[in-house]
Design a protein around this ligand. Structure first.
Ligand SMILES: C[S@@+](CC[C@H](N)C(=O)[O-])C[C@H]1O[C@@H](n2cnc3c(N)ncnc32)[C@H](O)[C@@H]1O
Length: 212
């Protein structure tokens, strides 16, 4: 028997479809699906930072007949989660997804994976310092292709950082397309589109360090 790491066990509430985590997942998935519906391109690219077991992207693509259009890279540090995401992608026949065991806080991990049309920062901003959130938001346009969409999440535990995150995104050239903050839960989900110009990746940069 192998022992589960904290970050594998973190995924357990997904088994309960009424858990806040499952509700957050459904919102993220709805936005991934509608983003795909709005992008008729033959090929679109996605990068997911701290992708975990990939429930959001893999969950959507598994039921999409046009999944082959999506070329994606999932960056995840935990070996067990990498294996789970690889198994799920394999089972769904998603051969255009690469699951990379890498530190998503290091911009060198994104080489070859960006610029992406969709950037997933799901379950990241609540696990890093406020200064690292600011640094990551400021670097986001390095991960983005022109007109890219970013889907991000952040718990609204006090003091709620989300008004500041939204202001940082505005300052970084993003327009807000949606922001979900249901009253009965602490999570929030933001959808932002890059209106400013993408910037080339500075692969020497470091944007965050996870608090484990
Ligand atoms: C809060 S979970 C979110 C997982 C997934 N995005 C989701 O929402 O289901 C954070 C994930 O980040 C991973 N992680 C932690 N530090 C990381 C790092 N430096 N680089 C990449 N992944 C990291 C953890 O192993 C965990 O799977």
């Amino acid at each position: 028997m192998t022992t589960q790491t904290h970050w594998q066990a973190w995924h357990e509430p997904y088994a309960d479809e009424n858990s806040p985590l499952s509700r957050r997942l459904r919102l993220v998935q709805q936005h991934i699906a509608s983003w795909l519906d709005q992008r008729p391109d033959e090929r679109v690219t996605v990068v997911s930072a701290c992708a975990g077991q990939g429930h959001d992207l893999i969950g959507v693509l598994a039921s999409r007949p046009d999944a082959h259009r999506v070329h994606g890279t999932l960056l995840e540090y935990d070996a067990g989660n990498v294996a789970a995401a690889q198994a799920a992608a394999g089972q769904a026949g998603l051969s255009n997804l690469v699951i990379r065991q890498a530190d998503a806080g290091q911009l060198s991990s994104y080489v070859g994976a960006v610029p992406a049309d969709l950037v997933l920062m799901v379950g990241v901003f609540g696990n890093i310092s406020d200064a690292d959130v600011q640094r990551t938001v400021a670097a986001l346009s390095q991960l983005c292709a022109e007109g890219a969409t970013v889907i991000w999440t952040r718990a609204r535990r006090a003091p709620d950082l989300t008004p500041t995150v939204r202001a940082w995104l505005r300052d970084a050239g993003f327009v807000e397309e949606a922001f979900h903050a249901p009253d009965d839960v602490r999570f929030s989900v933001g959808i932002h589109r890059l209106e400013g110009a993408p910037r080339p990746l500075d692969a020497t940069g470091m944007v965050f360090k996870f608090s484990h």
